[in-house]
Design a protein around this ligand. Structure first.
Ligand code: ZN
Length: 202
């Protein structure tokens, strides 16, 4: 009889908690985040790994997709689930450059993702310890392993650079088209305040 394709034990299929591998996969998530930037989206990227191999990738794309749920994690989850033909993803690790929000945290738990590794914290909407911690909420019945702070500086810098660049572009456009700024704007761009990573726009 042939061996079954899927290992019987979740532990046997889990990606090893190896710090070097975690950094390498986070750099791939950063590549995905750059893709988001190229399309004018807040740069957050994700990859899903199983058995040491990348299964799916995703980057933040709510504007382009006209989809408020199109965060990097959700995009990657949908791709992985579609590929496997399974709405659950046991034995998978998801890497994401920014701490997951509540929506993504719950989606990761619904998918039974085994391990979640994130880069930098999100003090405004982070649901992995910053605002709340859904991953350690005892009233929820699934708890993914959680690790934060992997390549945190690079993940945060990318977001800061993005918002800096966007502010500069906005100023340049205003200078080209208007003799003076709008009187009550206060210089504050509120368009993105509910976007992931918005707190990096400082
Ligand atoms: Zn999210």
């Amino acid at each position: 009889m042939p061996e079954p394709l899927e290992p019987a034990s979740p532990a046997a299929s889990a990606a090893p908690a190896d710090a070097q591998a975690d950094r390498a996969f986070m750099r791939l998530a950063l590549d995905q985040a750059h893709n988001a930037w190229l399309l004018g989206e807040v740069p957050v990227g994700a990859v899903i790994v199983r058995d040491g191999k990348v299964l799916a990738t995703g980057y933040n794309r709510p504007i382009g997709d006209s989809d408020p749920t199109a965060h990097a994690e959700i995009v990657a989850l949908r791709q992985a689930a579609s590929l496997l033909g399974n709405y659950r993803l046991p034995g998978c690790t998801l890497y994401v450059t920014l701490e997951p929000c509540a929506m993504c945290a719950m989606a990761l738990m619904h998918a039974r993702v085994q391990r979640v590794v994130f880069g930098t914290r999100d003090p405004k909407t982070g649901a992995a310890g910053s605002v709340l911690n859904l991953f350690e909420e005892p009233r929820l019945n699934h708890h993914a392993e959680l690790l934060g702070g992997v390549e945190a500086e690079a993940c945060a810098s990318l977001l800061q650079d993005f918002f800096r660049s966007r502010r500069a572009a906005t100023r340049a456009a205003q200078a080209a088209s208007e003799p003076a700024p709008a009187p009550h704007s206060g210089g504050i761009d509120v368009d993105h305040l509910d976007e992931p990573g918005a707190e990096f726009d400082t």
